[in-house]
Design a protein around this ligand. Structure first.
Ligand code: MRU
Length: 356
């Protein structure tokens, strides 16, 4: 598991550890596609802010950032006993865990770091810190291979020349390398599949327009940008043969939380008889959540709807807003959930737990 496919594409690493300088290098995704700026982040508050403000975003990338962040924080601790180091670690962990509520990968990565810390209990402090770095690097490295496996598994369901609709950005910059929903597109195109991708713009933060359209275009993929409310017409016109999306949390019954608007796309796909596939690592499955109602849906500022991307406000001043960042797609309308371990079909309640 140490070789990547050579797809002939240069991938940008959206999160990188510069251990010598105690720094995280983060691609500021809020500035794309106009500026490609890498932030050098050292303080835990700034790592929290980068996650909270979506400078780094996408469930797997959030988890990777948190893992590196908690490592750097713990490395800086002056504790001389395990007990005190643990207290410092917990303080940083709880703080980072409050950055965003929906993507379970954030909590998964932080828990994994805590488990590693506990397993190192009897080692010297300096060695514990080195091993925490090792765990964070593993989380990063493994995600790259997980994406590749998801890409191959998903590709087995697709045919050359197909039109693929995607929502939000589940691509390279949301993960360690190939993305989840975009991985089969990169792998397939390298094998001559020549997919035609339709990217929903993804209101209100425009991840589809700013990020998916950008990264696919950079990789010379045939991509067409549409507004969210155009998904129905392209489906009706027969331009779409499959929908591929990523996700932030999958409940035990197969309900899927992903970017706001995803459930509407799934309903349309069902109507037009188009397969709706969710591509996600096992780290996104949260068997502790019985169903979608138990998933905490992030609410964000109304300013993202009224004025964020406009030179002048495009809504009356003081208008009430409601800005849920994610929605839950009912398991009944999901054709399959595709993980690194294989393709899971309904009944999800039964089949999701089997793959662990
Ligand atoms: O708010 P965002 O941009 O972090 O939302 C991201 C998504 O909804 C992605 O589809 C999901 O995290 C999967 S990324 C591989």
């Amino acid at each position: 598991m140490d070789k990547y496919y050579d797809l002939g594409i240069t991938f940008i690493e959206s999160v990188k550890l510069d251990d010598c300088n105690n720094t995280l290098i983060i691609l500021d995704q809020t500035l794309l596609p106009n500026e490609k700026i890498f932030l050098e982040v050292k303080k835990l508050e700034d790592i929290w802010e980068a996650i909270h403000s979506l400078r780094v975003r996408g469930a797997p990338a959030i988890g990777i950032t948190a893992a590196f962040g908690i490592y750097l924080w713990t490395k800086a601790s002056s504790a001389t006993s395990f007990e005190n180091l643990f207290v410092d670690f917990k303080k940083g962990k709880d703080y980072l865990a409050s950055a965003r509520p929906t993507a379970v990968n954030l909590f998964w990565a932080l828990d994994r770091m805590e488990n590693r810390l506990n397993a190192e209990k009897h080692k010297e402090i300096a060695q514990i810190k080195v091993n925490l770095k090792d765990e964070a690097e593993k989380i990063h490295f493994e995600d790259a291979h997980v994406c590749e496996a998801i890409g191959n598994n998903t590709l087995s369901l697709l045919q050359p020349g197909w039109g693929i609709l995607t929502h939000c950005n589940a691509g390279t910059i949301a993960t360690a390398r190939l993305g989840t929903a975009l991985a089969p597109i990169y792998i397939g195109n390298a094998r001559g599949y020549d997919f035609k991708v339709f990217a929903d713009e993804t209101r209100p933060l425009l991840q589809g327009a700013r990020l998916t359209a950008w990264e696919l275009k950079e990789a010379s993929v045939d991509v067409t940008l549409i507004c969210d409310n155009m998904a129905s017409i392209v489906m009706k016109q027969g331009k779409i043969q499959a929908v591929l999306v990523g996700c932030d949390r999958i409940a035990a019954n197969g309900d899927v939380a992903n970017k706001i608007g995803t459930s509407g796309v799934a309903i349309l796909a069902k109507y037009y008889n188009i397969p709706f596939y969710v591509c996600a690592p096992l780290s996104t499955i949260d068997l502790k959540c019985k169903n979608g109602d138990e998933i905490d849906i992030e609410l964000r500022s109304g300013e993202e709807i009224t004025s964020k991307w406009y030179s002048k406000p495009m809504a009356p001043e003081g208008v009430k807003t409601y800005n849920p960042c994610f929605d839950v797609t009912d398991n009944k309308i999901i054709t399959a959930i595709i993980t690194e371990k294989g393709i899971v079909y309904p009944p999800y309640e039964e089949n999701l737990s089997k793959i662990f």
